[in-house]
Design a binder for this molecule. Structure first.
Ligand code: GAL
Length: 349
């Protein structure tokens, strides 16, 4: 199939990465598009796996449509000013659309101003900016998930485990003593997941007691260090580790192993993401469960949106909420169903 679409807007016409040749009736044939991407940190496990999926869907799209889908990915390495510079270069290079995984979700102004001035649409993803910022121009979009849903599911996993396995209540007081490992301060997922996971456990009839918490910035090594500190402070009293993501849950497990704590004395550890390593830890029983953050769904939505915006195609199939948002649902992963998720990723390779 060849893409042959109407040149109807300035957005498309502005795209220097696009080759247009004559078609009958004033239509133009798009031969190639250029999608720019900048990620806040290329070493973030979930974001890296999301980008792998994005590249895979771009290759499939190219094959299906015959339109060359060029994707350029930049690493902002945790610097908002670096990221602003990358967006500026991508605009100059003629990217048709730019996908931005903001470093600082409260600071999108420079990017939005540049995009509007050059008429290049922006798809923000994974790190959600506030609604007022997204409303500042009509060609700004967001692809991600609903953070509270992941918190609720994490809380349900913990409450179900407590109800089913009496040994998790190590001191037998009927109360689930927990610690929290949090992602970056100010990140929507960190704030909302912490709040909803705890309130859901309580709503499910389990009494809880917070022993401590630590910020580990989504990072496994930082989580190991922080968990080692929590262990030296609270030791055996910790019955549950609520981690805002899988990498930090795995860091907590690294700390339990490094402290030579026998497996039967480990607290329950629960995460979010369903990264490859996270799913493996659910399968081997080291984690009681995780919440699947649908990287395939998010990557596909980003790609379809980017393609539609670059080619002037129809966006109605994408069912954009308020014309701007695409949010993919989460799902709970326990040992019973983990193989479906592991198989899924194998099947798609
Ligand atoms: C979250 C994800 C984390 C981390 C973060 C980065 O959605 O669960 O693991 O990748 O995004 O913004």
């Amino acid at each position: 199939m060849r893409a042959c679409v109407l040149l109807f807007s300035g957005l498309m016409a502005a795209g220097a990465g696009m080759t247009a040749v004559g078609c009958s009736g004033g239509e133009q044939e798009i031969k190639s598009i250029k999608i720019g991407v900048t990620v806040y940190d290329q070493y973030d496990t979930f974001v890296a796996q999301l980008m792998t999926e994005f590249d895979r869907y771009a290759a499939i799209k190219e094959e299906e449509t015959g339109v060359a889908v060029n994707v350029e990915v930049y690493n902002a390495a945790d610097s908002q000013s670096t990221q602003n510079g990358q967006v500026e270069s991508m605009i100059e290079e003629g990217c048709n659309v730019i996908c931005v995984n903001l470093v600082d979700r409260t600071d999108p102004t420079t990017i939005i101003d540049m995009a509007e001035k050059s008429n290049v649409p922006i798809i923000f993803f994974n790190r959600e900016l506030v609604e007022e910022d997204l409303e500042r121009w009509e060609h700004l979009y967001y692809v991600g998930a609903e953070a509270f849903e992941s918190g609720i599911m994490e809380g349900e996993l913990a409450a179900e485990a407590f109800a089913e396995d009496a040994s998790l209540d190590k001191n037998g007081d009927g109360v689930f003593q927990y610690v929290v490992l949090e992602g970056e301060a100010g990140h929507q997922d960190a704030i909302v997941r912490t709040e909803y996971s705890v309130s859901t456990i309580v709503q499910n009839g389990v009494e809880v007691e917070k022993l401590g918490y630590a910020i580990a910035n989504w990072n496994r090594a930082q989580a190991q260090t922080k968990m080692a500190q929590l262990l030296s402070e609270y030791g055996d009293a910790i019955e549950l580790v609520l981690a805002n993501n899988d990498d930090m849950a795995l860091g907590a497990i690294d700390a339990l192993k490094a402290a030579d704590i026998p497996r039967e004395e480990w607290p329950a550890v629960v995460g979010i993401d369903g990264t490859d390593v996270g799913l493996e830890a659910v399968k081997n029983g080291e984690m009681i469960g995780t919440v699947y953050n649908d990287k395939e769904g998010q990557a596909l939505a980003m790609l379809e949106l980017a393609y539609g915006l670059s080619t002037g195609g129809d966006l109605s199939d994408l069912e954009l909420l308020e014309g701007k948002y695409i949010r993919l649902p989460y799902s709970k992963v326990t040992a019973d169903v983990v193989d479906d998720y592991i198989k899924n990723s194998d099947a798609e390779e």
